[in-house]
Design a protein around this ligand. Sequence first.
Ligand code: GLY
Ligand code: MN
Ligand code: MN
Length: 470
Amino acid sequence: MNQPNEPTLAVDVYRKRRERVLAALRTAGGGVAIVPTAPEVMRNRDADYPYRHDSYFYYLTGFTEPEALLVLDASAGPDEASSLLFCRAKNSEREIWEGFRFGPEGAREAFGFDAAFPVDEIESQMPSILSDKPALHYALGSSAELDAKVRGWLDAVRAKARSGIAAPAVARDLLPLLDDMRLVKDAHELSIMRRAGQISAIAHRRAMAACRPGVHEYELEAELLYTFRKYGAQGPAYGSIVAAGANACVLHYPAGNAIARDGDLILIDAACELDGYASDITRTFPASGRFTPAQRELYDIVLAAQQAAIDATRAGATFDDPHHAAVRVLSQGLLDTGIIESGLFSSVDDVIAERAYAPFYMHRTGHWIGMDVHDCGDYKERGAPRDAQGALPARTLQPSMALTIEPGLYIRPANNVPEQYWNIGIRIEDDAVVTPDGCELLTRDVPVKADEIEALMQQARAAAAAAQTA
Ligand code: GLY
Ligand code: MN
Ligand code: MN
């Protein structure tokens, strides 16, 4: 499995991405692009949050050290450096405390930059790099700190005006270009995402197998975190949701201290980040190992909604099609179970038109996934004609776009809702890659059908019981 900073595996992948950006910028008239990595963030006195690089920076470099900045100079001549890195200098003292640093020369060689400089030289070098360049491309207005730095560099160039040196006359947002590149995954990305999905699936299987009435939510979270690290992932891609019983109706409930009781469902939305790529899985299963009839009824509706959304996910469909397909199945299920009073609506179309499903299904059916769990990329067709209400059309799906498919139902107690469904929260989530005629699911190494979940849990219990008596 790839580890971060194993540049020999992927150096060409990152170099080619930089070349694509440079080619696009040249077509747009040239200029200089700058992409900083993320800052280190203090958690509390002397203890930092675990460091996580910036996704855009990593996408173009593969470099995971903090205090680094990429410069792409699309106005450089053929013999000049167009791909430059600023990074931390070698420092034998600091490396004793904090570990290995590539240093500029090591990074240049290992990651394939044309030139690299110590980050301490950024203030002195950037004004020359920006001199007489037509445009500056960066994440415009996304960080006050970066905006202030850019302003300082531009001021320094403008101070040389009497020598006939001009500052870039144009600043452009670089992110739409990078977002569109990141939205369509390449083979290198897909292979990491497949592995991330497999590891997360193993973690869900382990949590299902470890589950018993009486278990705390945090104990199941421990099974997940153990598995992520055991199989080489760097950690969770987002805060793990482990919700027992009524807690499953709280959409962003974090794993807590609650005890799963016989008769509860447990909803786990948790997955790993591997080598900079997120996965995102939700499974819902009974603490006892057997769904009650009411739980099973709702579970099968959510599963059918997910299947309808999967069937609607293919190249040429729109991003909204899987959502509409899931909403239709969920709405019919809500009518069939009497959770929505059928007397109030003449048809499922009415339920959809009135959004009567929304108290029980209040989120969308998916989001882009990639380096970020909620990955970058427009959900609408930018620049397309707007409809009569002024809305842009939904994005058309293309092969190798990746998205989640995650319908759910969340039934809070209410007088007009049959009591057997109260406090049931169910979500089923898988990660999909769009193919020309369908989609590839990356996260199906964990069971999703109710019978298969029950079988896994029964087997785990039988194996545990046999081990105790042996
Ligand atoms: N786990 C975050 C999400 O499902 O969107
Ligand atoms: Mn998700
Ligand atoms: Mn999720």
